[in-house]
Design a protein around this ligand. Sequence first.
Ligand code: FAD
Ligand code: NAP
Length: 341
Amino acid sequence: MSQLPLRQQVSLQSCNTLAIDACARYLLEVTEPGQIPAAVAFAKQQQLPLLVLGGGSNVVLSRDFPGVVLRMALRGIDVIDTGHDDIVLDVAAGENWHQLVEYCLQQGCHGLENLALIPGTAGAAPIQNIGAYGVELESLLESVSGWDIAAGEWRTLSAAECRFGYRDSIFKGELRDRFIITAIRLRLKRSFQPQLHYRALADYLQQAGIAQPTPQQLVQAVIDVRRSKLPDPALTPNAGSFFKNPVVSAEQYAELVERFPQLVSFPQPDGGYKLAAGWLLEQAGWKGAQRGAVGVHDRQSLVLVNRDGGSGTELLALAEAIRQDVRERFGVELEIEPRVY
Ligand code: FAD
Ligand code: NAP
C-alpha cells in the first residue's frame, strides 16, 4: 500500500454537482503537486484507472469508479504586476473559479467578468475552454502547467499548444486522460473593456439604466442573469448545459431556417451556423420534462437535472432520448458536453 493518504471506498456524491452516488475505490485529495507522480505510479502499479476531479460540475458518473480519483485541492494565487496594463496571475488548479473572478475584481484585474458564477476549479477551466456571454478562457490564458502522464514529466503548454476550440481543447483530444493540470497562467488587464454583445446582458443593463457598467456592475449583472435562469446545483443537482450548441453547415442551416423560421442561430467565422441547442429542445417539447428521478429544467431546457437521487444511467438514458428526438425532428446531431465516466 502506498504512503499517500488514500481513502478507500469513498462516496462521490458530494464531489459531483449532479449528486450521483457513485463510489470511488480510492480517493486522494491532492494538496501538493508532488503527490501526483506518486499517485500515478500507484495506479499504474495496481493497474487501476485514474480520474481527476475538480468541482465535479462537468462530469456524469455512470458507475462506481474502480480506480483512483484525484481530487484537486491545490491552492494559491500569485499576482505578477508587469508594470504596464497587463497583469499576470498564476493560479493553482484547485482554486474555486468564481472566487478567483471575485478576487480579480477586488485586485482591479479585468477580463474575467463575463465568466462569473461558473462552478468548478481553475484547473478544469482549460479542459473545455470555459465560456459565457461571449468571452472564452482562451482569450485570457497564457499557459497551462501540469504532469504529463505518458511522458512522466512536468510540462507547460502555451495557449496555442492547448488547441482551444468551442468548448474544446487538446485536453479533450490528444491529451485526454494524459495530463493533470496543476496551475494556469492568466494574462488580465488593468484597463476595463466590457464585453456586452450578448443580448441577455445588454437587456439587463438597459433595464437597470446602466449605459457603461463598472466591473462590479457587470459581474453583478452576470450573476443576476444566471441566477434567473440556471438552477443552483446545491438545490437542484445539475451539470450545466448537458449538450453543446451544434454548428451546422450553411446548406443545412438554409434548409432548417426554411422549415423553422424562428430558429435561433449565430453565424460562425467559418461560414457555418451555431444553433441554440436549448431552442431545439424547447421546440421539441422537452422543457420541464420528467423521467423518473431525472428531468429537464423548466427555465433552461439545455440543463438536465437530477431531482430525486437519480443515477448516471438514468440521466444518460434521458440524454439519449433527447438526442434521438432532435435527430429525427431537425436532422441535427447533439453532443453531450460533460465528460461521462
Ligand atoms: P470537473 O467536473 O471536476 O471535471 C471536468 C473534466 O475536467 C473532467 O474530465 C476532469 O477529469 C477534468 N479535470 C478537472 N480538473 C482537472 C485537472 N486539474 N487536470 C486535468 N483534468 C482535469 N461551463 C462553461 O464553459 N460555461 C458556463 O457558463 C458554465 N456554466 C455552468 C453552470 C452550472 C450550473 C454548472 C453545473 C456547470 C456549468 N459549466 C459551465 C460547466 C462547468 O462548470 C465547467 O466546465 C467547469 O470548468 C468544470 O470545472 P470542475 O472543476 O467542476 O471540473
Ligand atoms: P442565452 O443567453 O439564452 O443564449 C442562448 C444560446 O445562444 C447560448 O448558448 C449562446 O451560445 C448563444 N448566443 C446568445 N447570444 C449570442 C451572441 N451574441 N453570439 C453568439 N452566440 C450567442 O444562453 P444561456 O443558456 O442563458 O447561457 C448564457 C451563457 O452562459 C452562454 O454563453 C452559455 O454558453 C453559458 N452557460 C454555459 C453553461 C455550460 O454548462 N456550458 C451553462 C450555463 C450557461 P454560447 O453557449 O456559445 O455562448
